[in-house]
Design a protein around this ligand. Structure first.
Ligand code: GN1
Ligand code: MG
Length: 368
């Protein structure tokens, strides 16, 4: 077995695994934390756990982070136990370490947490089945409904101003001025694209300030690969990656789902001719999401669904561009141009959505 990037004896001692460790797999889905599945043999059976190394440059206060996550998962479990036959598969179960906390800090400052692996599920990075994407919409809509009565004041702001698009826009302008990576001359077109759409950045932020849009418990990172789909039913049974659950706008969650899941290409596709907004997938998600969350949404939230997809895509493009200019200090990258490639797909998708705005609006109106 190749040497693991964690000390299994130390981790086992902390989280109390009782089987024999037989190996691990790395999961390469996220851009921030590092994730591994651990395998143990016990009484002739295989037990699996997920081990994550929390990125503490991004999540600087793991205590507050885990408070949010444990609070939210307990709330979901409490409701699921009353209404659902598979309550232990509807949310994540985190294990405490020896100190009783839900993360363990090693001698080098590394921060680790563990949850029980949920079996017989799959995740997707790209989807072509409208039916499964409709199920994704239902799953994120349900997530919002279940947490509608969770006391928002209990939530810590794990990353301040996370979807504050005005602040993200200012971050980009600062990165352009500082040009820390020396790459500015390579990205003039992308910077111009971002700057020319500044009004986008203000739209929702202004409506929060004026009190027109309500803050809700939101996931804030509703990528398709943050849903576990049941192997048999194809239903989205469990929402994962709860690090950014914070007060926010329902529109952030809707928009980010469309950004990632209704794109006909991967987030880091180099061939921009493959990037487009699938109206079929957009319709499927809208239908599922409004079916489960629609009743809770106000008229203004419904009116801005299409805009939110454009905004979240624009914001994500800005974030990748900012990181490229800053020298790739935030998102994990596989090669030097990775953030620029990701930025270009996002902006190509924004352009395509701008062309399809009228059709998108017709779809949201149909299901509202
Ligand atoms: C990051 O870790 P991951 O891949 O789920 C990021 C999201 C971005 C996303 C872009 C904490 O999510 O905000 O939308 O990459 N998470 C954080 O793919 O910044
Ligand atoms: Mg994440």
């Amino acid at each position: 077995m190749k040497k693991a990037p964690f000390d299994i004896e130390e981790i086992t001692g902390q989280f109390g695994f009782t089987g024999d460790f037989t190996g691990y797999e790395k999961i390469d889905n996220g851009h921030i934390n590092s994730t591994f599945v651990l395998f143990f043999e016990k009484d002739g059976k295989t037990e699996k756990f997920v081990l994550q190394k929390i990125n503490t440059s991004v999540f600087t206060d793991p205590e507050k982070l885990m408070d949010n996550i444990v609070g939210v998962t307990e709330h979901i479990r409490g409701k699921a136990e009353k209404s659902c036959a598979y309550a232990n598969r509807c949310t994540l179960t985190f294990l405490p370490c020896k100190s009783g906390r839900y993360f363990y800090r090693d001698a080098n400052g590394g921060c680790w947490r563990v949850y029980v692996y949920i079996d017989d599920v799959y995740t997707c990075n790209i989807i072509d089945s409208a039916e499964v994407f409709c199920n994704a919409g239902i799953a994120f809509g349900d997530f919002q409904n279940i947490l509608a009565d969770f006391d928002i004041s209990r939530l810590n702001e794990t990353i301040p101003k996370f979807h504050d698009t005005v602040s993200r826009f200012e971050d980009l302008k600062k990165a352009v001025v500082e040009n820390r990576s020396g790459r500015l001359s390579l990205v003039r077109d992308e910077v111009d694209f971002a700057l020319s759409r500044e009004p986008y950045a203000h739209t929702l932020v202004d409506m929060i300030k004026s009190g027109e849009l309500p803050l809700r418990v939101t996931h804030n990172d509703t990528k398709l690969n943050n849903i576990l789909f049941d192997n048999t039913s194809n239903k989205g049974i469990c929402i994962i990656d709860l690090d950014t659950v914070m007060p926010g706008l329902s529109l952030y969650d809707f928009g980010d789902s469309i950004r990632f899941g209704a794109n006909t290409a991967a987030e880091d596709e180099k061939d921009l001719s493959k990037v487009s907004l699938s109206l079929e997938l957009f319709e499927a998600y809208t239908k599922g999401y409004l079916q489960s969350a629609g009743q809770a949404l106000c008229a203004l939230e419904k009116e801005y669904l299409t805009f939110s997809a454009m905004l979240m895509t624009y914001e994500c493009g800005i974030r990748f561009l900012t990181d490229y200019l800053n020298g790739d200090t935030y998102f994990k990258t596989d090669y030097p141009e990775h953030n620029l490639v990701r930025c270009r797909t996002q902006f190509a998708l924004v352009k395509d959505m701008e062309k399809k705005e009228r059709q998108m609006k017709e779809i949201t109106e149909k299901y509202c």
